[in-house]
Ligand binder design. Structure first.
Ligand SMILES: Nc1nc2c(ncn2[C@@H]2O[C@H](COP(=O)(O)OP(=O)(O)OP(=O)(O)O)[C@@H](O)[C@H]2O)c(=O)[nH]1
Ligand SMILES: [Mg+2]
Length: 193
């Protein structure tokens, strides 16, 4: 089961610029540089459909990818200290507007870095998701970067955290593809009419 023939559709820099939500939507949310765009590329079997960068703050707009039966929304990454205040304000307006627009959000993939515990911003986002009632799961990215001991420790940690939020947890690697099949299946199942 894979996701094929996706194409870039639109980039919104303000909430007024958001396209009409006429398809089920899968949202990718997380700290700047955590691997949102890399995850999208892996799921769509594309090397560089979504722009990836080793410097944080690459995605500054909500980028929409049409996957046929659904749409992927790549949110701008939060928590990057060097972003100027005016830009942070624009980001907040954009993301709040995005979640308040009554879109057909079927799943929020909340991405955390598996090498470390959630940041304060991650926790704020998780609390927001829990309160708002959007269906979400926690995906721990870059799992290829952990050795077996770290991996066991962080799996235990994030499984417990996810349970507290009433969400599923999965480990993901855009390098090895681990977790991609599980997530693809989940995306297909939540997009059933
Ligand atoms: N080893 C490894 N590196 C990864 C993985 N996912 C992302 N990266 C690297 O992490 C960096 C950031 O990845 P992006 O996909 O651009 O991150 P992003 O969350 O979209 O970042 P912003 O657009 O700035 O919010 C890049 O150098 C990627 O190659 C992964 O699963 N494993
Ligand atoms: Mg990005």
């Amino acid at each position: 089961m894979s996701l094929q023939n996706a194409f870039f559709e639109w980039a919104a820099g303000t909430s007024a610029g958001l396209p009409v939500g006429d398809l089920p939507e899968i949202v990718f949310s997380g700290r700047s540089n955590v691997g949102k765009s890399s995850m999208i590329n892996k799921l769509l079997n594309r090397k560089s459909l979504a722009r990836v960068s080793s410097s944080p703050g690459k995605t500054a707009t909500v980028n929409f990818y049409n996957v046929g039966f659904c749409r992927f929304a790549d949110l701008p990454g939060y928590g990057y200290a060097k972003v100027p205040p005016a830009e942070k304000k624009r980001w907040a307006e954009l993301v709040e507007g995005y979640f308040a627009a009554g879109r057909d959000i079927r799943l929020v993939v909340q991405i955390v870095d598996m090498r470390r515990p959630p940041t304060e911003d991650d926790e704020a986002m998780l609390n927001f998701l829990q309160k708002s009632g959007f269906p979400f799961l926690i995906a721990a990215s870059k799992c290829d970067k952990l050795n077996a001991t770290q991996r066991e420790k962080m799996t235990t940690f994030y499984s417990a955290a996810a349970k507290q939020y009433g969400a599923d947890f999965l480990a993901f690697s855009a390098s090895s593809g681990e977790g991609a099949e599980q997530l693809t299946k989940k995306i297909h199942s939540v997009c059933q009419p």
